[in-house]
Design a protein around this ligand. Structure first.
Ligand code: PNS
Length: 164
């Protein structure tokens, strides 16, 4: 039996923490679909199309990249999971502060689709402080991004903020 997991998020931008979690998920599941979903409380930096291409590029050289697909979805995540025959949603927990939001979302998803579980994975310690918010802030002021995001994302951020 093929175990398909969905790794959902805004990924705007995709960070080293996301890459870390994705690699761990790929080592556990047969297939992981990175799903760029709409978080109605966040504003967009990169377009969906740009995010898809950036994530595909970022994972291309990983030994587990064959297990990964990248797609975009608008709607309820559990509907998408059902559509893809996925039984698990992956979310990364970096610190205790993430837990309340994550628990609320996981329980809402469980109520909507009791057959779809959420699995929480932890990143390596060096990635626990990496967040998209922090990355955006550093990129805005031209700071060094190499320990926060994959190289192709750092280049895309530099290009994006140079034109602003
Ligand atoms: O990386 P993020 O922004 O914390 O990811 C949140 C995301 C996009 C996974 C979440 O907002 C989401 O699942 N959006 C799709 C709509 C939905 O299904 N919401 C959850 C029901 S409470």
């Amino acid at each position: 039996m093929n175990h398909v997991a969905i790794y959902p998020g805004s990924f705007d931008p995709f960070t080293n923490e996301h890459l870390d979690i994705l690699g761990r998920a790929a080592s556990v599941f047969d297939k992981v679909i990175v799903t760029i979903a709409v978080n109605s409380s966040k504003t967009g930096l990169f377009s969906d199309k740009e995010r898809i291409e950036l994530i595909r590029d970022a994972v291309r050289n990983q030994h587990w990249s064959g297990k990964v697909e990248v797609e975009q979805f608008t709607g309820l995540l559990v509907d998408y999971a059902r559509q893809k025959n996925a039984s698990v949603l992956i979310r990364g927990i970096r610190q205790v502060a993430d837990f309340e939001y994550e628990l609320r979302m996981a329980l809402a998803n469980l109520r909507l689709a009791p057959e779809v579980d959420t699995a929480f994975l932890m990143p390596d310690e060096k990635n626990t402080l990496v967040s998209t918010l922090l990355v955006r802030e550093i990129a805005t002021w031209g700071g060094e991004l190499s320990s926060f995001v994959p190289p192709n994302i750092a280049s895309a951020l530099r290009r994006k903020f140079m034109t602003h």
